[in-house]
Design a binder for this molecule. Sequence first.
Ligand code: FAD
Length: 278
Amino acid sequence: MKPAPFRYRRPGSLEEALEALAAEPGAKVLAGGQSLVPLLNMRLAAPPALVDINGLPDLDHVTVSDDGVRVGALARHADVLAHEGAREAQPLLARALSHVAHATIRNRGTTVGSIVHADAAAEMPTVLAVLDGSVTVASVRGTRTIPAAELFAGPLESTLAADEVATEAFFPARRPGEGSGFAEIARRHGDYALVGVAGVVRREGDRLAEARLGYLSVDDVPTVVDVTGLEPDAAADRALEVLEPEADIHATAAYRAQLVRVLTRRVLAAATDDAGQP
Ligand SMILES: Cc1cc2nc3c(=O)[nH]c(=O)nc-3n(C[C@H](O)[C@H](O)[C@H](O)COP(=O)(O)OP(=O)(O)OC[C@H]3O[C@@H](n4cnc5c(N)ncnc54)[C@H](O)[C@@H]3O)c2cc1C
């Protein structure tokens, strides 16, 4: 199908983009187009205008500093995945990104776009949530930073205002004693997961002082469960108290619950192993 008619704007600066969004109520930002264009083509979205941000300068950065990794709004999934410094500073990024779609989609789709698109079946919103990262957004009113815990409002719904552009995502760096793991089950590699788990643990001496697991494809929003101090089976029980796996055409609720159990154990083991010996 073809999209409904829309006005197309391609601003050359962030200021122009913010003014265009403020002037066009209901306009949508176009980044990699890997989620938005299919929605337009299927007429599941019919915005009056698109504000294409691909002409904006200085937004394609992946910057690593002591505190973490900053990913600009025009950095593609493939840029982040290939970034050696980002992989070292926060290994969970590359672990999860290798499961995001296929190479052609990773070459166009942006990591920031994926996060603000807020699909609970996508990997990067859950990674941001489990790492306690944040997103910086700009509008004609100024800039603000939204912590991941306040970012995901519902299915495909973020707390960005309609006229806000996300300029950068921040992923905190791996801390001393930290280990992470990622696993998902999909029908084929690159498909959206039936269930996925991103885990972060932190060792203090010979005990795990912290253990957090983020789940994708089991709830309306990326969901983080604190499993500190719990053995793997108890951690899975805790996750299933919080999550409500549902049936759809891809999997029954019982199968999803079983995947939660299996992946919880697998990811906790991998993350603990990654944290190393005391
Ligand atoms: C066949 C296929 C398979 C896929 N499989 C997976 C998968 O397994 N896992 C996965 O995570 N993703 C998958 N994707 C989605 C892909 O990762 C997208 O690239 C991503 O979800 C959206 O990023 P984008 O840059 O393409 O955003 P766009 O499609 O351009 O935009 C998506 C939405 O976010 C908004 N938006 C984008 N950027 C900004 C911004 N900077 N500020 C404000 N709003 C913004 C847009 O207005 C729109 O509402 C798949 C896509 C396809 C087509």
